[in-house]
Design a protein around this ligand. Structure first.
Ligand SMILES: [Zn+2]
Length: 479
């Protein structure tokens, strides 16, 4: 029943020849079977449960990171993947240590806060200074030096709830670039309102990117209710001071690995459809949504196809990337393979926006491949997914491949609740909804199959330059 091979006649029908990727009716029927099987229930949730309970937090360079690599190798083998292997990756190592933040005037109170990833600590024991509030990163850059020098900058930018998560990207520039922008004006530290939508009392971490040749200053994020409290005291119009103590610091780089497994193609095994997710998480919690869910979605998508004894024409390759959260060492190592290897990648997709459900189908493919992309909707529409744009960036881990010309397919997961938990201690298994996760697997699995069997391909994208690397690793040999 599930063994039906792509109907060659349909694949080369006149209609199909007119456009690529060319998807046959026979393959659409198989993709619909894959989709419906996933909707009947998958084992994706069990994979999230396994990674979060047997490994837990797995920040790059930590013991949890090494445990996660071992877990992934075992899991992929257990799930029937072939060619399971690791690609060595050198990752920086940062530890947050301890953090204390308190308002010391006008009304002293302790605040709930977290260090931003990569932040330096407070070397002299503590930094105490008056606070200057700015609305956002642009407002900070517009301030005269005299209003910032010697002070602690506070960025008040809120993250609005949004289904497409677009608000996060807009707000996150304050987190990534705020420290160096403030330090350029002589600030001693930076404090931001957490980039997140939760009103609970925990901070959302995330990377700070220090610019070369600008002094590094400590960077922390306040829990949203604590940001409210600080703002209320500032609104009284009296000098408001903060004290920050942090033992965050860099340690020598460590070894980690990308973990790779495949379902080899039956007709064109040298051509690769890549499904990626990141294996690492932040140190604060088990990263159930970010990105154990993604790991589960891409592994389950391929496992399901194999279990149904469907043999896709191209190779389905799952890559579980190291160190997405901090400096993307895994993605850069993967894209750093020889050009001939990169050119084997026909299309790439990545799951890194929580546990679903998926509501929009985006992509970035060559112009000549655009007309063929509509065929995917015949399988996706019944899942409640609508067509998006062809301007997708694909996601953090496959972006380096896209910049090298590899086309990308990108599913928008419903991110309305995602940023309540993102990069916090509260990103735990109970936040993962089984039904939403299965719908997401249905979308990835059916699409991956169609991409693997499509006649023609997705073309190549014009290469684009990579951004400058953030926080260049401490030049010490990895351990
Ligand atoms: Zn992530």
């Amino acid at each position: 029943m599930h063994r039906s091979l792509p109907a060659v006649a349909a694949m080369f029908s006149l209609a199909a020849q007119a456009q690529t990727p060319a998807i046959s009716d026979a393959d659409l029927a198989i993709a619909a079977q894959i989709r419906d099987r996933a909707l009947d229930g998958t084992s994706a949730w069990d994979t999230v449960a396994s990674l979060t309970s047997e490994v837990g937090p797995r920040f790059a360079g930590s013991p949890g990171d090494r445990a996660a690599v071992a877990w992934a190798v075992d899991k992929l083998k257990q799930l029937g993947f072939q060619n399971v292997r690791t690609q060595d990756v050198t990752v920086p190592q940062w530890v947050r240590g301890t953090l204390e933040v308190a308002i010391t005037a006008p009304y002293p109170q302790p605040l709930t806060a977290v260090s931003l990833g990569g932040s330096i600590g407070t070397a002299q024991g503590a930094i105490a200074a008056e606070v200057v509030q700015v609305a956002d990163i642009e407002a900070l850059r517009a301030r005269p030096r005299s209003e910032v020098e010697g002070r602690i900058v506070y960025i008040a930018r809120r993250t609005a709830r949004a289904r497409d998560g677009g608000e996060y990207k807009a707000a996150a520039s304050g987190r990534t670039q705020g420290a160096s922008a403030a330090a350029k004006l002589g600030a001693r530290a930076i404090v931001i309102r957490s980039i997140g939508t939760s009103s609970e009392r925990f901070g959302h971490t995330g990377t700070v990117k220090y610019v070369a040749d600008v002094p590094r200053i400590p960077a922390v994020a306040l829990a949203n209710p604590d940001a409210d409290l600080l703002e209320r005291q500032l609104a009284l119009g009296r000098p408001t001071t903060l004290e920050i103590r942090s033992t965050a610091r860099d340690l020598p780089p460590m070894r980690s690995a990308n973990v790779i497994g495949e379902l080899p193609g039956s007709g064109a095994p040298d051509e690769i459809v890549l499904l990626g997710a990141h294996l690492d998480s932040w140190d604060l919690g088990p990263g159930a949504l970010d990105d154990a869910a993604g790991v589960a979605i891409v592994t389950e998508a391929v496992r399901l196809i194999r279990e149904m004894q469907i043999k896709p024409r191209r190779t389905l390759r799952v890559v579980l990337f190291a160190d997405e959260e901090f400096v993307q060492s895994g993605a850069n190592a993967y894209a750093g393979q020889p050009v001939a290897e990169i050119e084997r990648h026909v299309v790439a997709m990545e799951a890194d926006l929580g546990a679903g459900p998926v509501w929009r189908f985006d992509h970035r493919v060559a112009e000549e491949a655009l007309p063929g992309m509509g065929a995917f909707m015949r399988v996706l529409e019944p899942l409640g997914i609508r067509r998006g744009s062809s301007t997708a960036d694909g996601g953090t881990d496959i972006a380096p491949l896209r910049r090298l010309g590899v086309p990308v397919i990108s599913f928008q997961h419903d991110a309305s609740r995602y940023f309540d938990y993102h990069h916090t201690a509260n990103d735990t298994l109970d936040k993962v909804d089984r039904e939403a996760l299965d719908q997401t697997v249905a979308a990835y699995a059916s699409t991956a199959f169609l991409a693997a069997n499509a006649g023609g391909d997705f073309g190549r994208l014009p290469p684009t330059p990579a951004p400058a690397p953030a926080n260049p690793a401490v030049p010490v040999a990895p351990r």
